[in-house]
Design a protein around this ligand. Structure first.
Ligand code: XLS
Ligand code: NI
Ligand code: NI
Length: 442
């Protein structure tokens, strides 16, 4: 490990210095070792670093090439460069004190000329990652396959009109799944980047959705065959790169999984920026997943309200994160999932230090939201308000409604003979927003 220490020579392991600190390279809220309710903050929050953004992101956009140059991006051949890059990545994971990381197959290992060659490259880098995981204690949150960058996937992978492409994608996911298993991944993500369409004029929507279901069933079968115990996760996104993506949001994902008998095998990886692209709040997507017992993990980032695409920014919006954290804590925490920073530096953020600053801000914002949400829930006012708002369903005819013991006929009689006109009861939104504000600033 000595040699790999050299990649960030001027940056020491980030320390927790408390809210009063003015050191930009210190945590002010995230104290990984602090024990809360018998668990460290690191164990509660399970932060994860996204390899694709932090170690493959170049700052390139549709209007210009990359701006970000990293000193470790050199070596005699692509596989050696990939290994050096991974050394740098694990040094970063340790210094930023993230217990987990996440990757796509092609982020960590270069695509070869054939599938067999790509698999050999992947094996070499998975071996390398195993060594680094063992040496550093950093674990894998989840793995996934990149089924959207290569030209062969231009019309989708599992939903491609050409069965040959479907077969290729199946082979690639088989390998990615086995690689995730070798690295002890807590989960495996399916993000359907191009599983959708550009125009319905060339698309048989029904067949494509059935093909996607067949693909996911094959994944379930293969996981069983190899004894992979990680959680399968669907990551919904409504659009981009396609005009319409089939896993549009959590609700449509649940309908899809139930329709095809897959609901027992999957949970959701909810991404902030995907929620807002679908016209929802982050909190909404989390609530829907929790309502069905299907919240699996979080891709932590933020969009820009003025830009209509997945800008994948680091979020420092503590109010939005607190609104997300409240239902997560009510549900008992993030479980085997984590908060994975699927977020990238802005194109002009070219300093090595910027990578640290970005994650420090994201981690501090989540840590603060975690503390505020814990405090708010412990105070009990939000829960008390909700309990009281629905109290009429706890007894009498309200309870009969919930138990489905009454129908229209009985309720009609009841209103005509006894209840009459309901009284208006305030929804108290302003009171609740002020309450939230009082927890955010005290
Ligand atoms: C893209 C997605 C992607 C997934 C992993 O918008 O967020 O990065 O998280 O394939
Ligand atoms: Ni994501
Ligand atoms: Ni995304």
């Amino acid at each position: 490990m000595k040699k790999s220490r050299a990649h960030f020579p001027r940056i020491k392991t980030i320390a927790y210095e408390g809210p009063q600190s003015t050191n930009p390279l210190a945590f002010r809220h995230y104290n990984p070792d602090e024990v809360i309710d018998g668990k460290t903050m690191a164990a509660h929050l399970r932060f994860s670093i996204a390899y694709w953004h932090s170690f493959r992101g170049t700052g390139g956009d549709p209007f210009g090439p990359g701006t970000i140059q990293r000193p470790w991006e050199k070596g005699p051949d692509p596989v050696s460069i990939a290994k050096t890059r991974m050394d740098a990545a694990f040094e970063f994971f340790q210094k930023i004190r993230a217990p987990f990381w996440a990757f796509h197959d092609r982020d960590i290992a270069p695509e070869g000329r054939t599938l067999a060659e790509s698999n050999r490259h992947l094996d070499a880098l998975v071996d390398h990652a195993r060594g680094l995981q063992r040496a550093t204690g950093v674990k894998l949150l989840w793995g996934t396959a990149n089924l959207f960058s290569h030209p062969r996937y231009m019309c989708g992978a599992a939903t491609n009109p050409d069965a040959h492409v479907f077969a290729y994608a199946a082979a690639q996911v088989k390998k990615a799944l086995e690689s995730t298993q070798r690295l002890g991944g807590e989960g495996y993500v399916f993000w359907g980047g191009r599983e959708g369409y550009e125009t319905l004029l060339n698309t048989n929507l029904k067949r494509e959705q059935e093909h996607l279901a067949a693909f996911l069933h094959m994944a379930v079968d293969h996981a069983k065959a190899i004894g992979f115990k990680g959680q399968f996760l669907i990551e919904p996104k409504p659009m981009e790169p396609t005009k319409h993506q089939y896993d549009f949001d959590v609700a449509s994902g649940i309908a899809f999984l139930r329709t095809h008998g897959l609901e027992k095998h999957f949970k959701f990886n909810v991404e902030t920026n995907h929620a807002t692209l679908a016209g929802h709040t982050f909190q909404h997507e989390i609530e829907v997943a929790i309502a069905h017992g299907m919240l699996g993990s979080i891709d932590a980032n933020s969009g820009d309200p003025l830009l209509g695409w997945d800008t994948d920014q680091f979020s420092t919006d503590v109010r939005e994160l607190t609104l997300a954290m409240i239902p997560i804590l009510r549900a008992g925490g993030i479980g085997r999932g984590g908060f994975n920073f699927d977020a990238k530096l802005r194109r002009p953020s070219t300093d090595l230090e910027d990578l640290f600053l970005a994650h420090i801000g994201g981690m501090d914002a989540y840590a603060l939201a975690f503390k505020v949400a814990r405090h708010a829930l412990a105070d009990g006012k939000f829960d008390a308000f909700l309990d009281q708002r629905y109290a009429s369903y706890d007894t009498g005819f309200g309870r009969d409604i919930e138990k489905r013991r009454v129908g229209f006929k009985e309720l009609n009689q009841l209103v005509l003979r006894k209840l009459g006109e309901p009284k208006l009861r305030s929804g108290k939104q302003e009171y609740l927003e002020n309450l939230l504000l009082s927890y955010l600033h005290r």
